[in-house]
Ligand binder design. Structure first.
Ligand SMILES: Nc1ncnc2c1ncn2[C@@H]1O[C@H](COP(=O)(O)OP(=O)(O)OP(=O)(O)O)[C@@H](O)[C@H]1O
Length: 298
């Protein structure tokens, strides 16, 4: 738990109109509806009849104490788990049983709690791997239609270099191996790789976990910029309550696999059941203090 983040505009931040002119690398915003989802691991009920929705172009945060079911829900949405009951809809389409690669093709991209980058490869090469999810050319095609492959490669470079790298202010590290970067920059590169997939919905798994204050503020601002400039729908799981409350449009709270509260940040902050859930889970003193403080001013 940490204090509200200070959201300074980034140097590269543009207006939505400017971003549209530049051809922002995001498709139209998507909506997501989770309806009656239940998931068990043997006798452990990780999710019980969970329902909530994510509005197009919003930032929705999924929060809750340890073991509440956030990761399980996230994995159902990204396709790594198949719930035993319930439905997940993307722009009205039932995607509950759709495999992750198919989800990537229709507009899903995600980052991971533990950074999932190729550490020996450069920043640029890692980002290119994200973009490859959308290239029409495969290896065999490339032999037969090298012209198309070359064109796509050039388009890819332009895309990566002129938009995402500029946007995330990582031009100075583009040729560095990921392993040589600070933790905060690695998380930013992971975001860049996800953006290179042209997501319509971006799933962020603890985007500021393990970051220091400055890195957290930077990342919070970048996430807001992605929403505001590109209109991407964002769903994040995050423990940093200060950051969640400052940048989210909507907050969904899970406890023991159930939704116990859902609403605007200030509504959730003032919810006694939410404070109780965190206290009951024995979260650190700073969290208790923060929730009490926020509940008393809401
Ligand atoms: N693969 C699994 N096998 C068995 N039980 C699991 C598995 N994954 C999660 N669980 C159980 O499901 C419940 C929800 O866990 P989950 O990881 O989704 O919670 P969480 O809110 O993400 O917790 P945290 O904040 O600690 O990451 C817990 O009781 C957990 O022990």
């Amino acid at each position: 738990m940490s204090a509200p983040v200070s959201l300074k505009p980034h140097r590269g931040a543009a207006t939505q109109a400017e971003a549209a002119r530049k051809g922002a690398p995001s498709g139209a915003a998507a909506s997501l509806e989770v309806e009656g989802v239940s998931l068990s691991f043997g006798g452990v009920k990780a999710l019980r009849d969970v329902s909530f929705s994510v509005a197009p172009g919003s930032i929705t945060a999924l929060i809750g104490p340890n073991g509440a079911g956030k990761t399980s829900m996230f994995n159902c949405i990204s396709g790594f788990y198949k719930p035993q009951q319930g439905t997940i809809r993307y722009n009205g389409e039932d995607i509950t049983r759709m495999h992750p690669p198919h989800r990537a093709r229709i507009g899903f991209a995600r980052t991971f709690q533990n950074i999932a980058l190729f550490r020996g490869m450069t920043v640029l090469d890692n980002i290119k791997l994200g973009r490859h999810a959308h290239l029409k050319t495969n290896i065999l095609d490339a032999f037969a239609y090298w012209g198309r492959a070359a064109r796509e490669e050039m388009e890819l470079r332009r895309d990566v270099e002129e938009r995402i790298i500029d946007f995330l202010e990582i031009n100075h590290i583009r040729n560095m191996p990921v392993a040589a970067l600070s933790y905060g920059l690695q998380k930013r590169v992971e975001l860049a790789r996800a953006l290179a997939m042209h997501p319509r919905i971006l799933l962020l798994d603890e985007p500021v976990a393990g970051m220091n204050r400055e890195e957290t503020e930077d990342m919070a601002r970048f996430i807001l910029d992605v929403k505001e400039e590109w209109g991407t729908t964002i769903l994040m799981v995050e423990h940093d309550m200060g950051m969640v409350m400052d940048i989210s449009d909507h907050v969904v709270v899970l406890n023991f696999g159930e939704v116990i509260a859902s609403g605007l940040p200030h509504e959730v902050q003032g919810n006694a059941q939410v404070a109780e859930a965190y206290l009951g889970a024995g979260e650190p003193a700073a969290i208790k203090e923060k929730i009490h403080k926020r509940a008393s001013v809401a």
